[in-house]
Ligand binder design. Sequence first.
Ligand code: 13P
Ligand code: SF4
Length: 336
Amino acid sequence: MADINILDAQAKLSKKGFLDIDLDPTLDLFAEIEKLKKEKNAIILAHYYQEPDIQDVADFIGDSLGLAQKAESTDADMIVFAGVHFMAETAKIINPSKKVVLPDLNAGCSLSDSAPPEKFRAFKEKHPDHIVITYINCSAGMKALSDIICTSSNAQAIVESLPKDQKIIFAPDKNLGAYINKKTERNMVLWNGACMVHEIFSLEKITKLKIRHPKAKFIAHPECEEAVLNLADYIGSTTGLLKYTQQDSAMEYIVATETGILHQMQKSSPQKTFIPAPPSNQCACNECPYMKLNTLEKLYLCMKYEQPEITMDEELRLAARKPIDRMLEISAKLGL
Ligand code: 13P
Ligand code: SF4
């Protein structure tokens, strides 16, 4: 690679949202990334949906809650977020003195996009006596309109921490909201949002797969639709699903979430078989197109040039921080 200066890197970045710089194909990216970690006192936080190479080079791999907790407690100078934009933004909100970089700014989230803050504000005004619990998969603007943030691993506990007669709006994921309504016997008002990856699973194909693999356990993320969840032996966050496969005695699992999680499942239980739940068409739609925008090359470049960097307006950051702090406090109290 011809070395370029920071200003040239910035110019390239502004057009594409990531650093599009040719790399010498013989470069050992794993070794270079390790060097950069030390040089810059950087930590790589990766979600389970990242490609295997990124998971293998990460310092911490987790679900949305684990990643937020790690981002809060780290003493690194730079947080390299191998995930999607709302996750990196959350890290910046809770730990603003750190430089937070994301390999590709285009790594968004269909669920987050399904809840534009200005539309949600109008919806909220129609339910004035309601508390707003918002899934962490949303923008800082949505967080600023919320009372408590939750993730898939603490949503039930957070709802249950409120009095039974408390009126609640749950946004933006209607599937997770409906699942929590059922588990907690509540009637939260649901925003009509969903994740494109978790809505694509085919009930018919899963049913056939279960017949072909009668001993396989079917495990699912709560962002899946109710009909899919009804078939599940276990429902949980990505960390929950991984732990279940580590502790359970079955030898085969059909997994209804983004396929990236299979890497850690296979690594920690090499003797077991993991089958990704099939989508309803022929595409690889059970892969998150946003998560998969990050590559090892982009990760290396963003560490080297320290961009794309997450920055935000301080007033918005402070407003978005309050409901995240409430989530972290409740989670810490409950040992989650
Ligand atoms: P968790 O990380 O809470 O399992 O959620 C999955 C997800 O969709 C992240 O975008
Ligand atoms: Fe968003 Fe769904 Fe991708 Fe998660 S899997 S980042 S919820 S689009």
